[in-house]
Design a binder for this molecule. Structure first.
Ligand SMILES: Cc1ncc(COP(=O)(O)O)c(C=O)c1O
Length: 483
């Protein structure tokens, strides 16, 4: 994934001051953010994870401005949700239109009384559908997209099983209708969603049963008795000849486990869900060959394949959808793909054979948000007009090469540099210290898994920002190594 001509970050001697943060408090968070955090906590809102408060009007491009006036270089972007930077002029213009304002003022219940443009807007969404997934359903957030994707899978599986028995796919028996009201079989069948170790798919009751990244997110919550299968543990750089043989073996081990499990239980498993990069779990990667194997095995066993692109989607890997890097043919595309975050609203694309018929079987009050679809449309124009996917690939190469060189130079502190486009990560022995030292230099990054720094810059992140970040990262690692 790396190109050889990306500059060595040790050589960034040019003036990068225009990419630098501006700090006004001796430490971050400053006093106002700390006070607001305490105020917020008192109201009962969850505030433990709050880092800083944003002064939204002051934020611009790649810089967030906090409550104390610090202008911070943002490589986290509200957990990977800001696609074209803060307060983009074209987005500001869009929201000034009377039409947009009427939608803000009168949020429609899209499942019953949608706005006039909804069908056309849904067609526009289909213009970015992955190969083969020619239908779309909007939702609210990533969790609601996944929750409803699970329902699609269960409906499909139940229909298939009925058809196998020579019954009409959607003709429910009286027993099914009565038993589901008691949460009992056969109306509430004993079927499951299979997920990978360290996968993350949300925190609502259903998705939490498929989430396997951190115990603290799950403990004390009753869960479905759903199966889990190992995800390969890959060594990076992935294309290093020294790693290829062991990585292939490791992926084969994971594929064999998956095949064994589905050989025994495929009738009770409606779908498998997987992220192209297991993000909250620690930015865990696997090769296109592995994912192709997963596709083949799920299909062989009649299990739907759901790809969760909530975090990886909309461009940060250098392609609109990260699973496009697998180079699958249209026939081999996944069955359904969920999205949210950078797309501004949740939803999923799916193959037509998974369409759900019947009244309100997939439904909630809002079913999406038309203002967010309008924002997404403009975001797509900006991505195209500003050639942002090309930029992500170029800047991503610089970031990846820079992380690799840092791991080589600080082997006791940093390891496993990895990334696709600007969607990058590196393991840090002293994760909290590195995170906090970067923040004190005015750089906000994310954490994931047990020890990874994750980078989630917006798509307008420039070469200069990347070089500035890498130079500062090197400098704090020199400080840490000197202690
Ligand atoms: C891969 C993935 N799936 C699902 C979710 C849940 O999305 P949301 O927080 O919007 O409900 C997340 C959130 O981080 C995610 O990263």
């Amino acid at each position: 994934m790396l190109v050889d001509d990306a500059p060595n970050p040790q050589l960034f001697s040019e003036d990068l001051s225009s990419f630098a943060p501006t700090l006004v408090t001796p430490s971050i968070p400053g006093p106002r953010s700390l006070q607001l955090k305490s105020d917020l906590h008192e109201t009962g809102q969850q505030a433990a994870a709050v880092i800083i408060f944003n002064d939204h009007q002051q934020c611009q491009g790649n810089f967030t401005v906090d409550a104390d006036g610090n202008r911070i270089l943002d490589l986290f972007n509200h957990i990977a949700t800001i696609p074209v930077g803060y307060n983009h002029e074209r987005m500001k213009k869009l929201v000034q239109s009377e039409h947009f304002q009427s939608l803000v003022l009168n949020r429609p219940a899209l499942g019953v009384v949608p706005n006039l443009e909804f069908a056309q807007e849904s067609r526009t969404l289909l213009s970015i559908a992955p190969k083969g997934l020619t239908k779309v359903q909007t939702m609210l957030c990533g969790s609601s997209a996944n929750e409803n994707a699970f329902k699609v899978a269960h409906y499909w599986k139940a229909k298939m099983m009925r058809e196998k028995q020579g019954l009409g796919g959607d003709e429910f028996t009286q027993e099914e209708l009565e038993s589901c009201m008691l949460n009992e079989s056969p109306g509430s069948p004993n079927r499951s969603i299979l997920s990978f170790e360290m996968g993350f798919h949300g925190r609502t009751a259903g998705t939490l049963s498929a989430t396997r990244s951190k115990a603290i997110h799950k403990v004390d919550v009753p869960a479905f008795d759903w199966p889990v299968t190992p995800f390969p543990h890959i060594q990076h750089p992935m294309d290093d000849p020294q790693n290829i043989v062991s990585n292939t073996k490791e992926e084969d081990r994971a594929l064999a486990s998956l095949n064994d499990l589905l050989s025994q239980r495929s009738e009770s498993i409606s779908a498998l869900i997987v992220e192209p990069i297991l993000s909250e779990g620690g930015d865990l990667h696997a090769s296109p060959r592995f994912f192709k194997g997963v596709r083949d095995i799920t299909r062989k066993h009649g299990v739907m394949m759901i790809v969760d692109e909530v975090q990886t989607g909309l461009g940060a890997t250098g392609k609109l959808w990260a699973h496009e890097h697998w180079n699958l043919s249209e026939a081999d595309s996944p069955d359904l793909m969920t999205f949210a975050k950078k797309c501004q609203l949740g939803g999923y694309f799916f193959r037509p054979e998974f369409a759900v018929e019947g009244n309100m079987r997939i439904f909630n009050t809002w079913m999406g948000e038309p203002t967010k679809i309008a924002l997404l449309e403009e975001i797509l124009h900006i991505i195209e007009d500003e050639k942002l996917l090309d930029r992500v690939q170029h800047v991503g190469n610089i970031l990846q090469k820079g992380l690799q060189s840092l791991a080589e130079d600080f082997p006791n502190e940093l390891s496993q540099p990895r990334g696709q486009g600007t969607f990058c990560a590196i393991d840090a022995q002293q994760l909290d210290l590195v995170h906090s030292k970067l923040l004190q230099r005015g750089i906000l990054v994310g954490k994931c898994g047990s020890n990874a720094i994750r980078l989630r810059p917006s798509l307008i992140f420039e070469e200069g920002h990347a070089k500035f970040f890498l130079r500062e990262f090197r400098s704090i690692m020199e400080d840490i190594a000197a202690v």
